[in-house]
Design a binder for this molecule. Sequence first.
Ligand code: NAP
Ligand code: ZN
Ligand code: ZN
Length: 359
Amino acid sequence: MAGEDGVKTFGWAARDTSGILSPFEFTRRATGAKDVRFKVLFCGICHTDLGAARGDLGLPIYPLVPGHEIVGFVTEIGKQVTRFKVGDKVGVGCFVGSCRSCEQCSNDLEPYCPKNIMTYLSIGEDGAPTHGGYSNEMVVDEHFAIRWPENLPLDGGAPLLCAGSSVYSPMMYYGLNKPGSHLGVVGLGGLGHVAVKFAKAWGLTVTVISTSARKEEEAINHLGADKFLVSTDPQQMQEATGTLDGIIDTVSAFHPVMPLFGLLKTHGKLVVVGAPNKPLEVDILPLIIGRKMMGSSAAAGIKETQEMIDFAAKHNITADVEVIPANYVNKAMERLEKGDVRYRFVIDIGNTLVAAPST
Ligand SMILES: NC(=O)c1ccc[n+]([C@@H]2O[C@H](COP(=O)([O-])OP(=O)(O)OC[C@H]3O[C@@H](n4cnc5c(N)ncnc54)[C@H](OP(=O)(O)O)[C@@H]3O)[C@@H](O)[C@H]2O)c1
Ligand SMILES: [Zn+2]
Ligand SMILES: [Zn+2]
């Protein structure tokens, strides 16, 4: 239960730039009037968690409990909460706070609020570092909580809260969701495989562009992609010149983007949502000649995240997940770095996270 001084919580935290996680006990705030408190059942492992744990995303705050693909059930609500009751299933994605009054917040674009509070790697309203979902429970203002559709599985659905939202939002914003158009998805990982599923639900033709030739069979036969290009094969790339209306690029590392512009038709859009830790190299001339554009995007705002989750539930879209116990998290990070996951690790927090013996 929530006491005046906060609630003892436990999870797994990175302590330094090695990114190695270990059991960690900390305090979450008591349940405020507008807060929902929930027991975490599952939490996805996003590539951003790996970067954050290693301090690649700017100034690291240690100890750091990662995780922003969090689902569970409500255990306590504040007096002014209207949208949730105890026992409801609930999700939390990348953001747990914002100013709620600026231009961006007024337009349901909380990720672009200059005062947004990220689920981890931020300082919360109480002045303490925020901690994510590799932990036994969460507490958030109900505005930042997503209502969970009854038919959406918790484990396969959890990754939608970041991976899903981070591809759905740019595909909507940049008009990459037009039935009949031809979309390229670069990088078949956590974000990329969900992008393929949304695109097929919208009736697009989809070409996966990957460095891993071994993923072709599954991209086409299991995920429903129409075509597959190995990005390191110049002949395949050449043959596909000028065939795509848009591309969503989810690659986590530095990679050449000029060959991708070559795949676009005139007026084509390359939307890069992956976050390589080195600048990408862009030559403007080919963009001028083809009136092409490059864009980017953060995860969806709260309203759009709810729309995306409801859309996924309606179309039976979930991530393909490998569910792991909490004590496998360091091994999972190692495998994620090598691309050895099909396509998202999800930690079974509810059944496997136990407090450290000393606590
Ligand atoms: N914009 C946002 O709001 C947002 C939100 C979440 C995550 N992200 C970022 O998006 C990126 C992807 O996240 P994720 O969780 O989907 O990661 P992931 O599961 O590791 O997938 C990334 C994919 O990129 C490809 N790739 C990896 N290294 C590569 C290299 N050196 N050259 C070319 N391709 C490479 C691989 O696909 P192939 O094997 O098919 O080539 C890999 O499966 C990360 O940088 C993450 O931080 C951004
Ligand atoms: Zn993420
Ligand atoms: Zn704001």
